[in-house]
Design a protein around this ligand. Structure first.
Ligand code: ADP
Ligand code: MG
Length: 459
């Protein structure tokens, strides 16, 4: 069994790692990992496959050790161990023989389960919250899960990241499996990889066979096929065979098929034969409902004002929303502080202030201006109305705290103001931050908005 503290520590570390590594790397290598044990400066992370153990220890151990050391406030060494159910939502079961990265064996060849791909037990219809933003995709997913090959074929779902495409695919998979259908879920990166390997080993026929013999084929993030002509071609043939045989195909992507610029035009047109359903960012009510569901699942009682804070703060996607909730919960558990607006804000502030790459002064000025709904020029200019002055003070504070070195420099950045003016503005905000929750949340939100573009830039 994993120890509880190790799990919590790892959850907190994952929250930070999510901000430090690119999204594909996070998704592929870190998402399905668990904290196994923490003792004597050694931290063991459970991972789903020997390959993941090897990859992580070669490519990510430095950043992971740095992050863990920060969370634990003491230096640690990390090692990776294969846990058979590392992806089973934290209900981790150690593999019969524990393998470390050093003596990693190749994965056991195709047991029925592994051939069928991994479906995350957490991602079901029951745990999917329906709102206006995803209603169509959800309804379509339910129909194809109930009657594979009969309703919409293919079902194509598209959206930005973290809005539930993979969740719905897994949900379809679980449901179809429970009806005794043969299901294959595959990320398109895995599909490409397997195909390339098959070609190298002259096993393309086996490859095709594997895909042709399923009732439901789920291919995730097909945008990775862009520019890969051979892969598109082989997928086109598999697609046709399955479609002709009345088997269900479900494909997701970050954009509509017509915007995929696939080299195979024939494939583009096939992809819209069935239904192309877009998923939109969730509205406030849906975000709140999702948070409530997640909190319940975590057996956490979260006060309404904190749910509200999170739902307002994390607007863009559900993954970040979840990440923020996990982060807050892990923070209060680890620090043993009570859960309130104050500690929740602290947990989130940490997250945005923990910068691997600092913001630039210009980015800060832009972010403050955008937050207060004015032009950056206004902050550098002479206007003295209350709102502009308040925004300018916040800019002074953030420039001093987060990027610049001296009051003189900040003065120069804000339209050649005297350093005593800057000092005054800085002091004002620095003290209000401790007394005025509104001010605290303003500053926090600007910091969050500053962290986001950097995430994208690094992703
Ligand atoms: P995508 O594949 O679109 O990038 P995911 O399906 O991976 O997004 O979703 C990101 C996270 O948000 C997952 O943990 C998922 O369970 C959760 N999620 C997404 N949509 C919903 C929803 N409607 N209800 C509950 N959780 C959701
Ligand atoms: Mg996905």
């Amino acid at each position: 069994m994993t120890s509880k503290p190790a799990r919590e520590i790892w959850e907190a570390a994952l929250g930070e790692l999510q901000l430090q590594v690119t999204r594909p790397n996070y998704e592929t290598w870190l998402r399905d990992t668990v904290g196994v044990s923490a003792a004597d400066g050694q931290f063991v992370v459970g991972v789903p496959t020997p390959f993941a153990a090897e990859w992580l220890s070669k490519r990510m151990s430095v950043v992971i050790e740095r992050t863990l050391s920060r969370v634990l406030k003491s230096s640690v060494r990390v090692s990776f161990q294969v846990h058979r159910n590392a992806d089973a939502d934290g209900h981790s079961v150690p593999a019969p023989s524990s393998e470390t990265a050093a003596d990693a064996r190749p994965p056991v060849p195709t047991s029925a389960a592994s051939r069928l791909g991994r479906l995350n037990p957490r991602l079901t219809f029951a745990s999917f919250v329906v709102g206006d933003s995803n209603r169509v995709a959800h309804a379509a997913s339910l129909s194809v899960a109930e009657r594979p090959g009969e309703a919409y074929n293919p079902l194509f779902m598209y959206s930005g990241v973290g809005l539930g495409k993979t969740h719905l695919q897994h949900a379809i998979g679980h449901h179809a499996l429970s009806l005794g259908r043969k299901v294959l879920y595959v990320s398109s990166e895995r599909f490409v990889n397997d195909f390339v390997t098959a070609v190298k080993e002259h096993a393309d026929e086996d490859f095709r066979q594997k895909y042709r013999t399923v009732d439901v084929l789920l291919v995730d993030d097909i945008q990775f096929f862009v520019g890969k002509e051979k892969t598109q071609e082989v997928f086109f043939h598999i697609f046709n065979d399955l479609h002709n045989a009345g088997c269900q195909i479900v494909v997701t992507s970050d954009r509509h098929p017509r915007d995929l610029s696939l080299l195979e035009d024939r494939l583009t047109s096939r992809l819209v034969w069935g239904l192309a359903a877009e998923i939109y960012p969730p509205d406030y009510e849906t975000r709140l409902a999702i948070l409530k569901a997640k909190a319940e699942h975590m057996k956490e009682v979260i006060p309404p004002d904190i749910l509200d804070l999170l739902a307002r703060r994390m607007q863009r996607n559900i993954r970040d929303l979840e990440g923020a909730l996990n982060r807050v919960v892990a923070y209060v558990r680890l620090s043993r502080l009570p859960l309130n607006l104050e500690t929740a804000s602290q947990a989130l502030a940490d997250l945005t202030m923990d910068r691997s790459r600092p913001a630039t002064p210009e980015a800060v000025i832009q972010a403050v201006a955008a937050y207060f709904g004015m032009e950056a020029e206004a902050l550098r200019g002479k206007r003295r109305d209350k709102r502009t002055a308040a925004a300018r003070h916040v800019a002074m504070y953030l420039l001093k705290e987060d990027v610049a070195r001296s009051f003189v420099e900040v003065g120069r950045l804000l339209g050649d103001r005297d350093h005593t003016t800057i000092m005054y503005g800085w002091e004002k905000i620095a003290s209000q931050i401790n007394t005025n929750p509104r001010m605290r949340s303003d500053v926090l939100e600007i910091r969050t908005s500053l962290a986001e573009p950097r995430l994208k830039a690094s992703g």
